[in-house]
Design a protein around this ligand. Structure first.
Ligand code: THU
Length: 141
């Protein structure tokens, strides 16, 4: 049990996805981060005409949170996405986003639950399952 309201976090991720800037893939993704102080921070994917410079929703959310001072306390993450905002298969964080999420999580010593949302389905995984044996701030001591 995370103590985090799963439905509320998924709703926040779904709302964030409506703000995606994804004119190239048309794949709209939203991510919501839940913190130990009860706060929720969201992000959406931000694409770029130079396609490889695209920022994923999870990375945007982590940047948003860290820019407001977050340095840990990450308890749960919800990720949702689909073509033109429609529901579809579960969306799991890409490899880069797993590493970016790990930075924030490891700073606070948490192993957040990741709710990967699809149509009528939520795949629940710990970050440590998505990114086992992670390299992070704790490795640089
Ligand atoms: N995307 C995310 O925002 N998060 C993920 O975890 C997977 C992929 C975005 C990147 C790109 O804008 C679009 O989805 C298609 O790959």
């Amino acid at each position: 049990m995370t103590g985090v309201d799963q439905q509320a976090l998924i709703a926040a991720a779904r709302a964030a996805a409506t703000r995606a800037y994804a004119p190239y893939s048309n794949f709209h993704v939203g991510a919501a981060l839940a913190f130990a102080d009860g706060s929720i921070v969201t992000g959406a994917n931000v694409e770029n005409a130079s396609y490889g410079l695209t920022l994923c929703a999870e990375t945007s959310a982590v940047a948003q949170a860290m820019n407001t001072g977050a340095r840990g306390g990450l308890l749960a993450v919800a990720v949702i996405g689909g073509m033109n905002g429609a529901a579809g298969p579960v969306v799991t964080p890409c490899g880069r986003c797993r590493q970016v999420l790990n930075e924030l999580a490891q700073l606070g010593g948490t192993d957040p639950v990741i709710w990967c949302v699809g149509e009528g389905e939520v795949l629940e995984l710990k970050l440590s399952e998505l990114l086992p044996h992670a390299f992070g701030p704790a490795s640089l001591i």
